[in-house]
Design a protein around this ligand. Structure first.
Ligand code: BTN
Length: 257
């Protein structure tokens, strides 16, 4: 299969944000598939305006420039791609059982038995003349450090080193991740939907959740994710479609996770 993602990889020591840099490349007409990696980001971004800060030289922080052959309405088909590629990489390489949290967080069960975030995805896009000009997939995976050094985060975030008990080969993780992304991207470009695969890995369907979305706090049962990537929240007989938000699982059902 043709290598699209990672045909060219530019490695940086320190940047403000690989996503910001990737947007500059996109604006300059760079073809799709370019991957930018950084050992350190001084202004790394997360979703919902949050910062993404990890110790220098410890983790995977990368952005991928894509120019998908998708209409604006179908751009959300790319949503599950990065989270699924991350999940497969950790499962196949390390035998872990990652759980996805909508929209794009990757969770692992820590030694204290709670699900904690180990990776996140930030998707940004550029539109021109009502068409998708570019999409940047920004991926952050916490690898070789310990959350014991970050007590404020340790209740809800983890690292692979904390889970596996030893440092890991970051280059090997990156290689497998890019290979997985290539496979998923080819499938999406061929018109395939990743919805069912995504739903199988989603740890919160059927569970009672609280969602902070667009300035509101909503509570209900996470019922489904539709083809556009929207979360369907059931509130009694009402159904609410959510396109963005931060989910907290109020009652965890271990069977589902
Ligand atoms: C999230 O979970 O909120 C998304 C985190 C995304 C972090 C990555 S690290 C590489 C890329 N550059 C950034 O500034 N952010 C993304």
């Amino acid at each position: 299969m043709e290598t699209v993602i990672g045909h060219s990889i530019l490695r940086y020591d320190t940047v403000d944000s690989t996503n910001t840099l990737a947007r500059e490349f996109a604006g300059n007409g760079e073809p799709e598939g370019l991957v930018l990696t950084a050992e350190e980001q001084t202004a790394g971004r997360g979703r919902m305006g949050r910062k993404w800060i990890v110790p220098r030289g410890t983790s995977l922080q990368l952005s991928i420039l894509l120019r998908p052959n998708l209409s604006l309405a179908n751009i959300s088909r790319l949503m599950p791609m990065a989270a699924l590629a991350l999940a497969n990489t950790l499962e196949q390489q390390l035998g872990l059982k990652p759980v996805l949290k909508w929209p794009n967080d990757l969770l692992l069960r820590d030694r204290d038995e709670t699900l904690k975030k180990v990776a996140g995805v930030l998707i940004e896009s550029g539109v021109q003349d009502e068409k998708v000009d570019y999409v940047i997939l920004g991926i952050g995976l916490n690898v070789n450090y310990t959350m014991r050094d970050y007590p404020d985060l340790a209740a809800f975030a983890t690292t692979l080193q904390d889970i596996v008990g030893q440092p890991l080969d970051r280059a090997r993780l990156e290689q497998d991740l890019l290979a997985q992304l290539n496979l998923y991207y080819a499938r999406i470009q061929a018109g395939e939907s990743l919805r069912d695969e995504y739903k199988k890995r989603l740890g919160m369907l059927g569970q009672v959740i609280r969602v902070a979305s667009e300035g509101k706090i909503l509570q209900g049962v996470a019922q489904d994710v539709d083809e556009e990537g929207a979360l369907i929240l059931a509130q009694g007989t009402d159904r609410v479609r959510l396109f963005a938000g931060e989910v907290t699982i109020l009652k965890e059902n271990r069977e589902a996770a």
